[in-house]
Design a protein around this ligand. Structure first.
Ligand SMILES: Cc1ncc(COP(=O)(O)O)c(C=O)c1O
Length: 376
């Protein structure tokens, strides 16, 4: 150990003291089951929401270059056209991940002298992207239209409003109708990160804006191919001239290697599969699990596939997670800084991979844990 790197140890100690320590676990996923250290657990923390059965991947040759050099496999063209149509936008652009799509798109279009209004519960990738812009960042209270509206009265050259469609740790919908109404009135630009709503809600899984009938009002979409669709990658969908601009200015697009084409082809296969069948299965599972949790006595406010069980103290959430693990259910404690301090929770995510049997088993465990932790 090099003494000059010892400062890290005291930081780790502090993280542990605050019950915020994270460690990696290694497992194997098979449908609705994950096996960790030989123990089979019902997996209720996967983001592969639609559970589209995988198809075989043909790995030919890695492009080993960025898309602006020789990494631009022609499969990108087909997928980007399809994603643009899926979002009812003129064009789309694929990034290696959703995180990089947020970083690259937001930091390219907002600048010093602009104002960004960002929901207080927005994802870390949005927060980091905003910091890169040099713009004034104003955080509005979660989903609070009055707060957003009054903050939009500030005078700036350009104003941006950024929200998630379905919030990743709370599972609630953004108040999108009101958000687009107020942003339009105040001539602001709307950016929507629909990583968790995409492919899951709205007609044909078109996402959260379709659910609210405001698809055309969103100026720029950011989304992930690694969640609802169960593939890998991120993308932006918007007007043609913005995509043209991003190709020229977006650093996390330009200065990185292209997502391998076999993953682009994999996304195409998943996009062309019977997604409706999977969506129906998913929504049946959501209904089964959330009504079961309510019956047990949990206070469930979410009406989507992301169901947080709010615990409060970080230490209790860790113990809760350990208990679930012991009893055969895999759902992890989510703590600060992912969620605010003292709002630790078990984040349940429902997928179409789960069978009725899996859900009934999980509910039996959630009933035991509710009794053990004094929730009922
Ligand atoms: C709201 C939101 N945006 C973006 C991302 C990043 O997406 P990806 O996993 O494709 O990097 C996530 C991932 O957790 C997310 O929850």
């Amino acid at each position: 150990m090099k003494p000059r790197l010892g400062f890290v140890d005291s930081e780790i100690e502090q993280i542990k003291k605050n019950n915020l320590y994270r460690k990696l676990r290694y497992g194997k996923t098979n449908g609705g089951i994950i096996t960790i250290q030989g123990k089979k657990l019902v997996n209720v923390c996967s983001n592969d929401y639609l559970g589209i059965p995988p198809t075989s991947l043909k790995i030919k040759q890695m492009q080993s270059s960025s898309r602006l050099v020789s990494g631009n496999d022609e499969s990108y063209l087909t997928l980007e056209k399809k994603l643009a149509r899926h979002k009812s936008q003129q064009a789309s652009l694929i990034y290696p991940t959703g995180y990089m799509a947020n970083l690259g798109a937001i930091s390219a279009i907002a600048k010093k002298g602009d104002l960004i209004l960002s929901d207080e519960l927005n994802h870390a990738s949005i927060i980091e992207a905003c910091k890169l812009t040099g713009a004034k960042i104003s955080i509005y209270k979660h989903n609070d239209i009055n707060d957003l509206s009054s903050k939009l009265n500030q005078h700036y050259k350009r104003k941006f409003v950024i929200s998630e469609g379905i919030f990743s740790m709370d599972g609630d919908y953004a108040n999108l109708k009101e958000i687009v109404e107020i942003t339009e009135k105040k001539d602001a630009i709307t950016i929507l990160d629909d990583a968790h709503g995409d492919f899951v809600v709205g007609k044909d899984g078109k996402g959260t804006p379709d659910h609210f009938g405001v698809t055309k009002k969103i100026d720029l979409y950011v989304s992930s191919l690694s969640k609802g669709l169960g593939s890998f990658g991120g993308y932006v969908a918007t007007q043609k001239n913005i995509i043209e601009f991003l190709i020229n200015r977006s650093k996390s697009f330009i200065y990185t290697s292209a997502l391998p084409s076999f993953l682009v082809e994999y996304s195409l296969k998943k996009l062309n599969s019977d997604r409706e069948k999977q969506r129906k299965k998913l929504w049946k599972n959501i209904e089964l699990l959330s009504s079961g949790l309510k019956q047990i006595g949990y206070d469930i406010n979410s009406s989507t596939h992301i169901i947080p069980l709010i615990i409060g103290k970080e230490k209790t959430a860790i113990e809760f997670g350990k208990y679930l693990f012991k009893k055969g259910v895999y759902a992890l404690p989510i703590r600060y800084p992912t969620v605010p301090k003292n709002k630790a929770r078990i984040r349940i995510s429902v997928t179409a991979w789960l069978t009725k049997n899996h859900i009934e088993n999980a509910l039996r465990v959630f009933e035991l844990s509710a009794k053990k932790f004094g929730i009922i």
